[in-house]
Design a protein around this ligand. Structure first.
Ligand SMILES: *[C@@H]1O[C@H](CO)[C@@H](O)[C@H](O)[C@H]1NC(C)=O
Ligand SMILES: *[C@@H]1O[C@H](CO)[C@@H](O)[C@H](O)[C@H]1NC(C)=O
Ligand SMILES: *[C@@H]1O[C@H](CO)[C@@H](O)[C@H](O)[C@H]1NC(C)=O
Ligand SMILES: *[C@@H]1O[C@H](CO)[C@@H](O)[C@H](O)[C@H]1NC(C)=O
Ligand SMILES: *[C@@H]1O[C@H](CO)[C@@H](O)[C@H](O)[C@H]1NC(C)=O
Ligand SMILES: *[C@@H]1O[C@H](CO)[C@@H](O)[C@H](O)[C@H]1NC(C)=O
Length: 491
């Protein structure tokens, strides 16, 4: 289960980090290269016989095809071609080191899934167009990652930065700390993944390294076994927009979040946070639009004010929190004016599916009508009058806008309604006329029965059996109303 989930997160991360739309080579691509073979023959480089040269996508795919790097001659032949391939994939090749690469206009270099344990200083200095570098799933250690690894081209007196490098993936390596100057040659980095490296703590050196990344927009720090973050870690990268903290060991919300003023998207999935209440509520993060906290195996309560300070929140995803039983009526609202009205975030999508919720009060959100997605499926809902708003208004509304999300919203209580679709309970109320006619039939039957019973009662009373007669009547009535109730809801 955990592995599957991890893969989903990785996939999601990969998609987030792949704006150029490059996917693994599949059959259609192979086919395309076959049909392109006439064009390929015009390419004199023999690299295209070893690897797949996909001219349309400007990609050379050498994944699982090499035992070593290109030779000098092969690079030369590539440099002499009229076209420049913007993307080169060299994944799954058992490469152990990265040499100084020759001048080439490659923009996206994929070196993931090798055995790379060392990188020559200045390895990328001649790749001045390099924008995206994927070094994930290798054997890189903190020692191997020296600042000069990312040294740029030498001009006159000094090394220039690798100014085009925007995206760096260091995920799934053996790193536990970053050199404090690691990013000195790549100051324009916008996306960084440190995912699945066992840091355990963000030490001062790592914090200093990150503080230098003033252009950073996306930071993936998932599965790093972190329990806490330094309070000031986001003081440097102040334009950070997306932060992924999935699969760490946070028991409370990191205080550091209050420094990430420009954060738009936050993912806190799979952390052992037990509740959001008291001091442990979200600080003012006025730019935050997207918050995801799913697979939180310990969370049972979301208290008052938990999300009140997230004034711009539009998407809240709290799915698959199996213990989540209590969501406070004031979790989202905020008393700003001190008057009669409360303020609410402008929610557009709310996911509460696969939790342990029984009721959803009307006051939880004010503008239910503004929600385009409301997912309440797979919860043990209580089909009782105090939950009337959800049953009679929300679920029929969900049915009319997103019918898929209206099925599998089922009652768990009371027992006689257990397993019944809430939508069916709601539609039962359309047929009020039917149920009132049943009541009338009931009354008529009761009256008809009452005449002989009364006569008999008088007879019994006279004989001193009054109590018995009364009890029997009550039992009859209970039985009657029970059947009519069941009939109404089991159609
Ligand atoms: C890499 O090494 C593994 C095991 O040593 C081997 O099975 C695999 O074929 C190698 N890959 C390549 C591209 O040579
Ligand atoms: C990289 O470029 C420098 C000049 O900028 C050159 O001296 C060096 O030989 C090049 N390295 C390779 C491996 O081509
Ligand atoms: C809230 O969202 C709106 C619309 O997306 C945006 O114009 C506004 O600047 C945001 N507020 C803050 C504090 O970021
Ligand atoms: C779900 O909530 C009920 C009370 O409504 C509680 O008895 C039960 O233990 C909860 N289940 C989990 C998995 O927390
Ligand atoms: C907001 O707070 C004020 C004063 O604390 C209180 O009088 C008012 O009733 C509150 N409004 C709501 C809607 O709770
Ligand atoms: C749910 O919506 C469908 C149309 O999408 C409608 O036919 C059906 O009657 C609705 N069910 C109820 C119970 O309102």
């Amino acid at each position: 289960m955990k592995i599957v989930r991890t893969n989903i997160f990785i996939l999601a991360t990969l998609f987030a980090l792949l704006p150029f739309g490059i996917t693994d080579s599949d059959e259609s691509k192979t086919e395309r290269t076959v049909t392109k073979s006439s064009t390929e023959q015009k390419l004199s480089t023999n690299i295209c016989t070893k690897c797949i040269c996909d001219i349309e996508n400007s990609l050379i795919d050498c994944s699982s095809k090499l035992t070593d790097w290109f030779t000098e001659e092969e690079w030369k032949s590539l440099q002499n071609e009229k076209i420049v391939f913007e993307s080169i994939k060299m994944e799954h090749n058992n490469l152990t080191t990265v040499p100084v690469l020759p001048t080439y206009g490659v923009k996206n270099l994929y070196l993931g899934n090798n055995q790379i344990a060392s990188i020559t200083l200045g390895a990328f200095q001649n790749l001045t167009e390099l924008t995206r570098l994927d070094l994930s799933k290798n054997q890189l250690t903190s020692k191997a990652l020296l600042p000069d690894v990312f040294k740029g081209p030498y001009s006159q007196h000094d090394f220039e930065p690798l100014k085009n490098l925007k995206s760096l993936n260091l995920g799934y390596n053996l790193i536990h700390s970053l050199n404090d100057d690691l990013f000195e040659h790549i100051p324009n980095l916008e996306e960084l993944s440190l995912c699945s490296n066992t840091f355990k703590v963000i030490d001062r050196l790592t914090e200093t390294a990150l503080a230098g990344l003033s252009a950073l927009k996306v930071l993936d720090m998932s599965f790093m076994e972190l329990e806490i973050l330094p309070d000031t870690i986001f003081h440097g990268p102040r334009d950070l927009e997306t932060l992924i903290l999935t699969g760490n060991l946070f028991k409370e919300l990191p205080k550091a979040l209050s420094y990430s003023k420009n954060l738009k998207r936050l993912v806190l999935d799979d952390n052992p946070i037990g509740n959001l209440e008291g001091q442990n509520v979200f600080p003012a993060m006025t730019s935050l639009k997207y918050l995801r906290m799913t697979y939180m195996l310990d969370i049972y309560k979301i208290g008052p004010g938990a999300f009140s300070e997230l004034q711009n929140l539009t998407e809240l995803i709290l799915s698959d929190n199996k213990m989540l039983t209590e969501v406070d009526i004031h979790a989202l609202s905020k008393n700003i004016t001190g008057g009669a009205f409360l303020d609410y975030p402008p929610l557009d999508k709310l996911y509460l599916n696969n939790c342990n919720l029984t009721t959803l009060p009307q006051e939880f959100i004010i503008r239910w009508d503004k929600l385009s997605v409301l997912d309440l499926r797979f919860n043990p809902w209580a089909c009782i009058t105090s939950n009337e708003y959800m049953i009679k208004y929300l679920i029929p509304r969900v049915n009319s806008t997103t019918p898929l999300l209206a099925s599998n919203v089922k009652c768990a209580y009371p027992e006689e309604l257990s397993g019944v679709e809430v939508l069916k309970v709601a539609s039962g109320d359309y047929s009020l006329a039917q149920s009132s006619s049943l009541v009338w039939i009931g009354i008529i039957v009761a009256v008809l029965l009452a005449i002989p019973l009364t006569l008999a009662g008088i007879a019994f009373y006279k004989r001193g059996y009054c109590r018995f007669g009364k009890k029997n009547e009550v039992a009859n009535r209970t039985l009657y109303s029970r059947t009519s109730f069941n009939e109404e809801f089991h159609i």
